[in-house]
Ligand binder design. Structure first.
Ligand SMILES: Nc1ncnc2c1ncn2[C@@H]1O[C@H](COP(=O)(O)OP(=O)(O)OP(=O)(O)O)[C@@H](O)[C@H]1O
Length: 166
């Protein structure tokens, strides 16, 4: 991918994301400044490859952004063996018909992600890192906001400590 040096957002945020005790982080940067790269590297680094359960979840406002982030993760992480998938609605499919998510990194839109958590098809109990991509956009939309807050509640109610990036 010809990355020679980290972008400003990556140089500042990645050490904060990866350094114990893995505090929550709120970061803001311009379009094209390397936010997706930072999110993806943060998630890949926090996953334990030996644990075959969802450990990193990223919620994005649009299907396009979900697919774009998934593609970046697959490019950067292709030699890691870390598994990934997206949860976006497909034609004629309901959340309750989907198989249980087993991938280690998961990307989704708020509605489908929340439905899958409620249907116990996406287990949040082993999540180490949760990312709200474009959170300002999601929290400005009533429907996205309700789903996003329910996802957050489920994660906060789980057994383990999960780092949150906004
Ligand atoms: N350190 C880097 N060196 C070179 N290219 C980089 C670096 N970081 C990111 N890029 C490239 O810059 C482009 C934008 O990066 P990225 O998608 O991570 O930014 P973004 O802030 O998430 O953008 P957007 O807001 O449009 O989603 C991509 O093509 C990416 O491969």
């Amino acid at each position: 991918m010809r990355f020679r040096k980290p972008s400003a957002i990556l140089a500042v945020s990645l050490p904060m994301i990866l350094t114990p005790p893995h505090k929550d982080l709120l970061a803001q940067a311009y379009i094209g400044s390397g936010k997706s790269t930072c999110i993806v590297l943060g998630m890949l680094c926090r996953v334990d490859p030996s644990q075959k359960v969802p450990q990193a979840l990223c919620v994005c406002p649009t299907r396009e952004l979900v697919l774009q982030n998934l593609e970046v993760l697959r490019q950067i992480g292709k030699l890691t063996g870390i598994t990934s998938e997206c949860v976006v609605p497909k034609d004629g499919e309901s959340a309750s018909k989907r198989p249980i998510v087993m991938s280690q990194v998961v990307f989704g839109i708020p509605g489908m992600t929340n439905s899958m958590i409620c249907a116990k098809e996406l287990d949040v109990n082993y999540l180490r890192i949760f990312v709200f991509d474009d959170a300002d956009y999601m929290l400005a939309d009533d429907e996205f906001k309700i789903d996003s807050l329910q996802i957050m509640k489920a994660i906060r109610g789980s057994d383990n400590r999960c780092q949150v990036l906004i």
